[in-house]
Design a protein around this ligand. Structure first.
Ligand code: ADP
Ligand code: ADP
Length: 221
């Protein structure tokens, strides 16, 4: 589902060069739930951003859902990302002055979906994460775990084949973190969604199919 070949990423400024990824080769199978661990600064976020086509590698090739992505222009890239990928972040990234339901509808605004259909799909996504009783709330009226569930609903509303999650439980206590993890496991098991998750939490990583460890931009396991 995701194929990375010899991915290298160098960040350059006037004075500093940082080799953030040094020749990563990785295949993520359809339906797999993969976790990525490693110390701070080892390249986890960079790798996830490259898989999510949010950032370009300095060298190497990426295919997603059998599609080589190297020749996409910006518009094609945005469309492909919108259709194939869902993103979840540690700090939720919800829009504070939009109600829950409108936050969840956001990814559908870039598609030919009617307002009525958007509402139906967003309501369905919120039901899946157990939040259909909070659709008119604003993010600040929700607990951290509830905010992350809204973010998951937004990630899945467009029915993506892949979810990329950057420390989705990083800001949550262990009870809420476990709830979020259960939702992700269910999306993987029931809907067959391929998931790649960066985490600092060994317990969370143990629940996934496979763990990849990074150290200093290289894969160590
Ligand atoms: P992790 O997510 O594992 O903490 P990152 O992928 O954020 O690691 O960073 C990997 C390395 O790349 C670090 O050394 C970091 O300082 C560097 N880095 C990340 N983003 C940038 C950037 N925009 N410009 C320059 N260096 C960066
Ligand atoms: P938790 O115990 O999960 O941290 P809280 O005690 O903060 O949750 O809130 C309990 C419930 O009340 C939550 O489900 C949340 O949706 C709702 N709530 C919290 N703050 C507000 C608010 N300012 N306005 C409306 N509803 C709120």
């Amino acid at each position: 589902m995701i194929k990375l070949q010899n991915i290298q990423k160098v960040y350059r400024t006037d004075t500093i060069e940082t080799l953030a990824l040094n020749g990563i080769n990785l295949d993520v199978a359809k339906g797999e739930f993969l976790s990525i661990m490693g110390p701070s600064g080892c390249g986890k976020s960079t790798l996830l951003n490259i898989m999510g086509l949010l950032d370009e590698p300095s060298k190497g090739n990426i295919s997603i859902a059998e599609q080589p992505t190297g020749k996409f222009n910006d518009k094609q890239l945005a469309k492909f990302r919108n259709q194939k990928l869902g993103f979840i972040f540690q700090s939720y990234h919800l829009i504070g002055d939009l109600q829950v339901i409108d936050n969840v509808e956001l990814p559908l605004l870039y598609r030919d979906t009617t307002a009525k259909e958007r509402r139906r799909l967003a309501t369905e996504a919120l039901e899946k994460v157990g939040l259909s009783n909070r659709i008119k709330h604003f993010p600040k009226q929700l607990s951290g775990g509830q905010r992350q569930r809204v973010a998951i609903a937004r990630a899945i509303v467009g029915n993506p084949e892949i979810i990329l999650a950057d420390e989705p439980t990083g800001n949550l206590d262990s009870a809420m973190g476990n709830e979020i993890m259960e939702i992700l496991l269910q999306l993987n098991r029931v809907d067959g969604t391929t998931i790649v998750m960066v985490t600092h939490d060994e317990n969370m990583a143990q629940k996934t199919h496979r763990l990849v460890r990074l150290f200093d931009g290289s894969q160590v396991q």
